[in-house]
Design a protein around this ligand. Sequence first.
Ligand code: ACO
Length: 365
Amino acid sequence: MTFSCPFIIIVKDYFVNQTIVAFPRFLGERFELLGSVEIINSQLIGTGSCIPDFVLTNAMLETMVDTSDEWIVKRTGVRERRIAKNTHTWELALGAAQNALADAGISAEELDLILVSTCTPDTNTPNTASVLQDKLGARQVGAVDINNACAGFVSATDIADSFIKAGKAKTVLVVSAETLHRITDYTDRSTCILFGDGAAAAVYRATGNENVGIQSTFIAADGSGAEYLYMEALPVEDPFAAERPVDPKARFLKMQGAAVVRFTAHAVPLAIDTALQRAGVSADEIDWVVPHQANLRILDVIAKRYHLPKEKVYVNMDRYGNTSSASVPICLDEMRKNGLLQAGQTIVCTGFGGGLTYGAFVLKL
Ligand code: ACO
């Protein structure tokens, strides 16, 4: 059946109380109706993580830079973090993905899209998602990397949700994997105390039940703050110059921490407010806020702003530090495994960081 109309077709079927979405595929100048699917929320059906064994404690950092356990705990909330020595990012991604697929009870062959968020890929090409597609034995589906720093998981979830809601994918794997030690300068006390390695994954699947799944998403970026969190990928240089000096510290992340904190003061509430508003959810309906684990003080500000008891803002940064885009899904997986996530709950996830990027989504379980 063909149409010359380039619009998504949405039909409310009052007889069965279902909304039907049909989407056209571009075929030259014509569009073909591929079929119809029910709307459609993106339900979280599985999570998994892969946490490295090696523990880097504050006491160990005291021997490396001029710092103290007391300063680190008071200013950040971090007590220890994990380091994936001699490990590729894709290896962490694979472990997390396999655990999430097992948790969801599905095989890799059922995936219609693979999204990997990382700011620490092993290679610029191939992307990590393609490596993962092969290692998982998934079908030859879309496999895309997202580099959105600490907002990476929220951004990837937004994309996964968009594919599912558009009817372009039924089952999407989102993996956030980071080996931040590779971009951390262990002579810089203002950054090396914060970061850790880890990976976690989520499987989203289309459901016709509008009461569960992703209720809303919001992502944004303010590139004017790029310099506050900065890491060079490729040097800008004259390729024909007689000398091409290599700066051994170029690959390390540089951060103006106080400026990032100032940014989060307006960006995080904006992201959460917008996601809540789009979902039609009020703050008192929130069961959990699952924030990027950047700094305990930022998390305390979130609790105050939404009049939530501190216990409703999930924290594990004391054990893992800041794992960039992996931090939100690591929390989700830990909460799920510990029985903290229950059917019927409403949770808000938020990410913010380099870019500067920020975002949030509301999920009903
Ligand atoms: N130990 C002891 N003293 C330290 C340390 C340390 N590890 N680090 C900094 N200091 C000192 C500074 O030198 C400074 O000393 P001075 O006053 O003599 O100059 C003093 O402590 C205060 O420094 P600030 O940078 O103002 O400290 P602040 O309270 O802002 O805390 C921190 C620093 C923890 C980095 C904080 O700014 C922060 O958490 N920022 C946000 C980080 C973040 O959210 N990043 C985003 C995500 S990362 C990503 O996207 C990959």
